[in-house]
Design a protein around this ligand. Structure first.
Ligand code: UDP
Ligand code: MG
Length: 168
């Protein structure tokens, strides 16, 4: 069954110059990239993304982590991969959440670490199941940023919308 999955290259992955490497590893899946962009992560977006972990003692730290405050890299790369069994394929390549427990050949096993304060810096995020993927993709992307039709949309007309355009 074809599925969509949200992948984030987290600030530690960017700081360690792992973007090319991670994308090469993910290309082993033969999945299709249907959206990609760099994002400056607001606190609101980070809190929404990790809302299921609100009660955890490490919540505050992972919000700072996703916002790039631990790495002086205030951005993440967000991508949507699409294809057969996309979630399982990407999670397998990513490896376990705890980088010390992850298969050493996986992305997290190869490049992740646990900080002295206990945060799992595991270089990428991968949605964990189909409902999570839908929730996360809708949080990070607008319909027009994705080159396939993943979920139902409706057309609206925005009036007096302020935006920047190129000068000449
Ligand atoms: N995390 C952590 N300590 C934990 C569990 C999670 O630092 O004990 C961090 C880690 O960066 C992880 C993120 O919180 O990727 C989200 O946790 P989740 O349980 O959703 O794991 P994932 O789906 O990313 O494997
Ligand atoms: Mg998760």
């Amino acid at each position: 069954m074809n599925q969509a999955v949200l992948i984030l290259i987290k600030p530690d992955g960017l700081k360690k110059s792992l973007t090319g490497n991670i994308l090469t590893r993910l290309s082993e899946t033969k999945l299709e990239i249907v959206a990609a962009k760099m994002v400056r992560v607001s606190k609101e977006l980070a809190v929404n993304h990790y809302s299921h972990l609100k009660e955890k003692p490490f919540f505050g730290e992972i919000i700072k982590y996703l916002q790039g405050e631990l790495h002086d890299r205030k951005k993440v790369m967000a991508l949507v991969y699409w294809g057969e069994d996309a979630i399982k394929k990407c999670r397998e390549l990513a490896g376990a959440t705890n980088p010390e427990e992850a298969d050493p050949t996986s992305i997290r096993g190869s490049y992740g670490r646990i900080t002295t304060t206990g945060v799992y810096e595991n270089v990428i995020h991968v949605s964990s199941d189909v409902p999570d993927a839908e929730r996360e993709i809708k949080l990070w992307f607008q319909p027009d940023e994705i080159i396939v039709d993943l979920y139902p949309t409706q057309e609206i007309v925005k009036k007096e919308l302020r935006s920047n355009i190129w000068v000449s």
